[in-house]
Design a protein around this ligand. Structure first.
Ligand code: SF4
Length: 438
């Protein structure tokens, strides 16, 4: 049986997909990237918000159509969607042959064997069990890879379902992470992107102490690793020890990704977020002061319960003042089972969406300004490949994370997976153009 995989959602889920691919490979299954020519498809899903659920269901329905036409034998649905909607999938998507929850990624081979035998397994292991130390097939671009350092979350923001799907916060042991970093370096990876629901909490479940600086020091000793990027930091856990490490360790990318969600005190409190708007403002000033040249990314939610015109204006005024280089924004999606979904004063959906557009428009101006400030500079770029249509190389500078930020397109000598110095000559629709140093 030939197996295909569709991985939806965030980078943490990508790592789970990569681990499942490795387990299937080890078990002798043939993996194919040509999804029109596989016998079994695994859809590893996200169910964080409405749009993610719709995307997952659309994917499943497309494969159900192929199955009806006899072009696909089995469908396995893994990850957050079955973890959250097990009974609904059973009742409404009879084409699904197996479900694998977030506590059972390691049992994917068992699931495949069971569907081959004509069974309809439902594997839902403990979502609070320790992170599995499983190898993986790296599917990211040349020269970089995600490295998951923890699973789950204990923050319980009022709008978020993640803790109920992914379980409590569990850090991976430091030696397992370092070993994986060495293996990745051996494969040619030069940039590690550390991911977790909250990287700042790393180690707190071992004995209460934050251990991210210690982990960063250990990882930066790995030969071959030149860049370490962090996704995502919880604002009130960014302490002096971490700022010092980021400022002084040349391998740590000066890119801070802090999803603040909002800036209004009353909304932050209602959303069960720790720290006030004032503390967030101070933190941003401190990061800019202590880490020269730092690029700040954040994620915001518009239309949260209690967000009237005044609260939204406060958010816009903050963005104009903070000038964060990167911002992603979502319209609030009331998720069943979360406290926020039951709260009064939820703005209408169209208001939330319009506000999200206004944030995007403002941020596009701020980003253009930032990009313009980089023209004439020489940036260290990780070359990710060659664009045949544009007839030039493309890659990412320290200020660019994969998928969410822009790219640098450049001419001159380079090779995929290698770091190269690129002189930026102009900007184009949010991207940078330049020439590699000869
Ligand atoms: S920090 Fe909040 S928003 Fe992020 S995963 Fe945890 S509960 Fe969800």
């Amino acid at each position: 049986m030939k197996i295909g995989m569709v991985s939806l959602g965030c980078a943490k889920n990508t790592v789970n997909s990569e681990q499942m691919l490795w387990l299937l490979n080890e078990a002798g299954y043939e993996i194919s990237g040509d999804l029109a020519d596989v016998d079994i498809i695994i859809v590893n899903t996200c169910a964080f918000i409405e749009s993610a659920k719709s995307e997952a269901i659309e994917n499943i329905l497309e494969f159900a159509e192929l199955k009806k036409e006899g072009r696909l034998k089995k469908i396995i649905v893994a990850g957050c969607l079955p973890q959250r909607y097990r009974e609904d999938i059973k009742a409404e998507l009879p084409e699904v042959d197996a479900m694998v929850g977030c506590g059972s990624f390691g049992a994917i081979v068992e699931a495949v064997r069971a569907v081959e035998a004509g069974l309809k397994p439902e594997l839902f292991g403990d979502i609070n069990s320790p992170c599995e130390e499983t190898d993986r097939v790296v599917t990211s671009g040349d020269g970089w890879a995600y490295l998951k350092i923890a699973e789950g979350c204990d923050n319980h923001c009022a709008f978020c379902v993640i803790p109920s799907i992914r379980g409590k916060y569990r850090s991976r042991p430091i030696d397992g992470i370092v070993r994986e970093a060495r293996d990745l370096a051996g494969l040619g990876v030069v940039e590690l992107i550390l991911v977790a629901q909250d990287v700042t909490a790393y180690g707190t479940d071992f004995g209460g102490k934050r251990m991210l600086p210690e982990l960063l020091r250990a990882l930066s000793e790995t030969d071959g690793i030149e860049r370490i990027r962090l996704h995502y930091l919880y604002p009130d856990e960014i302490d002096d020890a971490l700022i010092r490490e980021m400022a002084s360790n040349p391998k740590i990318v000066k890119y801070v990704d802090i999803p603040i969600q909002h800036i209004n005190d009353a909304i932050l409190e209602r959303m069960n977020r720790r720290g006030s708007g004032g503390e967030i403002r101070e933190l941003i000033k401190k990061l800019r002061r202590e880490i020269p040249g730092v690029v700040i990314r954040s994620t915001l939610i518009t239309g949260l319960p209690g967000e009237g015109e005044a609260e939204f204006e406060e958010l816009m005024a903050f963005l104009r003042e903070a000038r964060m280089e990167r911002v992603g924004v979502f319209a609030f999606s009331p998720e069943e089972g979360t406290p926020a979904a039951e709260m009064p004063d939820i703005p209408p959906r169209e208001v939330a969406e319009r506000r999200a557009e206004l944030v995007s428009e403002l941020q596009a101006e701020i980003m253009d300004e930032f990009n313009a400030s980089r023209v004439g500079k020489t940036l260290r770029v990780l070359c990710e490949g060659y664009d045949r249509f544009a007839e030039c190389w493309f890659g990412r500078s320290e200020a660019d994370s994969p998928d969410v930020d822009g790219k640098v397109f450049f001419t001159g000598p380079a090779a995929p997976g290698k770091l190269v110095d690129v002189r930026i000559t102009e900007t184009l629709d949010g991207e940078l153009l330049g020439e590699a140093a000869k």
